[in-house]
Write a protein that binds this ligand. Structure first.
Ligand SMILES: NC(=O)c1ccc[n+]([C@@H]2O[C@H](COP(=O)([O-])OP(=O)(O)OC[C@H]3O[C@@H](n4cnc5c(N)ncnc54)[C@H](O)[C@@H]3O)[C@@H](O)[C@H]2O)c1
Length: 331
């Protein structure tokens, strides 16, 4: 199989590329990534010389170059997105451009160039907050709260329209909060782990009792691989971690693993439109054979250890673009 992975230099996309090359010898992967602040080719260092892997630096909003590069490929798996909720509140426009218009571009390329299959990597955030103890299924209504989740929901609807109108073979994957090595340190778990390592404060939104469902990144990659091979065309699949925890629980766990004091936790003003709880059912993807392998306990310990042992990876990031962004918006 020849797969175009967009956004493959980011957190989940880079793990997915390494996962596929290992699991399916002989598969070919073309990584198309604009290399925004979140794209990092160091994430792919170990496979950069693999003859089955190639890379093109390009924006998914630019159709021409991508059209030429992907000739002969079977499937597009679209990870490329602006993905950080806080940034979407401060600078929503780029989210609309990449997450909606970029998705449209890729769908058009599939339609006009005869690419056999398109997989959209979406998120549980499109369902909005599960405030009343409910668990959302693939049939639940879309009710996004942030410009980020609204742009992802809009993209999902566009993808479904290409299935209905053009009979294109598509799937949508909606996963819960991923965590693991190589996640950009603006996101909750890597921010808290790296701050704790540096004895800096851990800025916890609101009362710290927002609930997220945590999914280890390799389990998500295995889920996407299951959908790639066994997904029924036109169907949406949720991938859940089945590990719902309050943010304060995660913060305390991280501090415990690192032997640091809970006094490092600092409560800060809540994010506007902050969803209280995410909760999705993954019974549908289980029916096509996916099972989660990594418990939250094991995955979190492994993740903390990775950041502890790979300071050179995140110290560079935290002193560059990241610092500039945080100084502009949070100081
Ligand atoms: N991280 C999570 O917890 C999570 C959970 C559910 C779904 N998702 C979805 O998974 C996907 C990947 O998330 P991630 O956490 O790896 O994100 P990330 O921010 O780490 O990586 C995004 C990648 O996309 C690239 N990119 C951004 N704009 C682009 C453009 N216009 N053209 C080409 N490349 C572009 C970036 O350079 C980067 O390499 C996203 O679509 C996100 O919505 C993420």
């Amino acid at each position: 199989m020849k797969i175009v992975v967009t956004g493959g230099a980011g957190f989940i996309g880079s793990h997915f590329i390494k996962y596929i090359l290992k699991k399916h010898p002989g598969y070919k992967i073309l990584n198309v990534d604009k290399l925004t602040y979140a794209g990092n080719l160091e994430n792919l260092e170990e496979i950069k010389d693999n003859p089955d892997y190639s890379f093109v630096k390009e924006d998914i909003c630019n159709r021409k170059t991508i059209e030429n590069a992907i000739s002969g490929y079977d499937v597009i798996v679209n990870f490329a997105a602006e993905s950080h909720v806080d940034r979407s509140i401060n600078e929503p426009e780029v989210f609309l451009k990449t997450d909606v218009f970029g998705t449209f571009n890729l769908l058009e390329i599939c339609r006009t160039r005869g690419i056999k299959k398109y997989i959209q990597i979406s998120t549980d955030e499109v369902y909005g907050s599960a405030d009343y103890g409910e668990t959302f299924t693939e049939e639940s209504r879309l009710n996004p709260s942030s410009p980020y989740s609204a742009s992802k929901a809009a993209a999902d609807l566009l993808v479904l329209s290409y299935y209905k109108t053009y009979k294109m073979s598509i799937n949508i994957v909606r996963s819960s909060n991923n965590y693991g090595p190589n996640q950009y340190p603006e996101k909750f778990i890597p921010l808290f782990v790296t701050n704790a390592i540096e004895d800096k404060k851990l800025p916890l939104y609101g009362d710290g009792r927002n609930v997220r469902d945590w999914l280890f990144v390799m389990d998500n990659c295995a889920g996407i691989d299951t959908v790639l091979h066994k997904g029924v065309s036109g169907e949406i699949y949720n991938i859940a971690g089945e590990s719902e925890r309050e943010n304060i629980f995660i913060a305390k766990k991280i501090l415990k693993y690192l032997g640091k004091s809970e006094e490092l936790i600092q409560f800060v003003n809540d994010r506007p439109g902050h969803d209280r709880r995410y909760s999705i059912s993954c019974e549908k993807i289980k029916r096509i054979g996916w099972r989660q392998k990594t418990s939250l306990e094991d995955g979190l310990r492994l993740t903390v250890e990775w950041y502890r042992d790979n300071r050179q990876w995140w110290e560079k990031i935290k002193s560059g673009e990241f610092l500039k962004y945080y100084k502009t918006h949070y100081k």
